[in-house]
Design a protein around this ligand. Structure first.
Ligand code: ZN
Length: 272
């Protein structure tokens, strides 16, 4: 049985002769599952319809538009994933056999397989392991470090950062970060580039789902909700890192009372 194409003719055009030559090489020489060929063909027909690019310059944006259109035509997650596998086959074949024409950047960031149980656009705090990878990455990049910490410590968004619209800080370390950031030139492009690089770093270490979008400032602000605790005594908020917290107990000689140890911030130490 020949599998049907998903996209209507409206979204497809004839593949250019040059792209067709590469497609035929893939079809004749790759040894990939035959079901992949029709999928790759369909993708190239979509690219011909979209912008008629040379295959060498097709990139992830084209793949993403393709997937969006597949979805709008009713394709379900397993189908989408099989199309991604086919494109991954195409990339592998062209890059391995024709590296001079298709270097390692060619479709190097293909979107990963989608899971059905999670919405990849949902705002989500980083896990502790992810947070640790992010900080390991930030260590050697001073500017990255304060971009990250400003979002994470202050819960601000991109526009506030660019406009240097910082809320009152909470501790000396954050004050230091704000001071450095105030002297530095941080633009939207700098922030976007940081999120792109750090997300790639996590993915390269298998610490971030490939089907999820890049980390953004809202995830970090969400992390602030997850990782920051409010001192019950003085009301200031600090990250759940041991150095910011102490155990204190109240001893009232006057009435001969000694309380239990409770957790309070290291700044007020439970004092009145
Ligand atoms: Zn306190």
């Amino acid at each position: 049985m020949t599998p049907k194409q998903i996209l209507s003719k409206k979204f497809r055009k004839r593949i250019s002769p040059d792209n067709m030559l590469w497609f035929e090489k893939y079809q004749n020489e790759s040894g990939d599952p035959s079901g992949y060929y029709l999928k790759v063909q369909e993708f190239l027909e979509f690219c011909a319809y979209k912008n008629n690019k040379d295959i060498r310059t097709i990139d992830e944006t084209d793949v993403n538009s393709y997937i969006t259109v597949l979805k709008s035509c009713g394709a379900k997650t397993p189908t989408i994933n099989s199309h991604k596998s086919a494109l991954s086959g195409l990339r592998k074949f062209l890059h391995s056999n024709y590296p001079d024409t298709f270097d390692e950047r060619f479709l190097s960031e293909l979107p990963g397989h989608e899971r059905t149980d999670e919405n990849p656009t949902e705002i989500k705090a980083l896990s502790l392991v992810q947070l640790s990878y992010v900080r390991a990455y930030n260590r050697s990049h001073l500017k990255d470090n304060y971009i990250f910490e400003l979002f994470f410590q202050l819960g601000i968004d991109k526009n506030d950062l660019v406009a240097r619209n910082f809320p009152e800080s909470r501790n000396a370390e954050v004050d230091e970060i704000i001071k450095k950031a105030s002297k530095s030139d941080i633009e939207l492009g700098t922030i976007n580039s940081y999120f792109k690089r750090v997300t790639k770093y996590l993915r390269d270490h298998d610490a971030y789902d490939k089907s999820r979008r890049n980390i953004n400032s809202y995830d970090l602000a969400e992390g602030r909700n997850a990782y920051f605790l409010r001192c019950p005594n003085c009301g200031k908020s600090f990250e759940n890192v041991a150095k910011y917290w102490v155990l204190a107990r109240v001893n009232i000689e006057e009435v001969d009372y000694q309380g239990e140890y409770s957790i309070v911030c290291a700044e007020c130490k439970g004092a009145r």
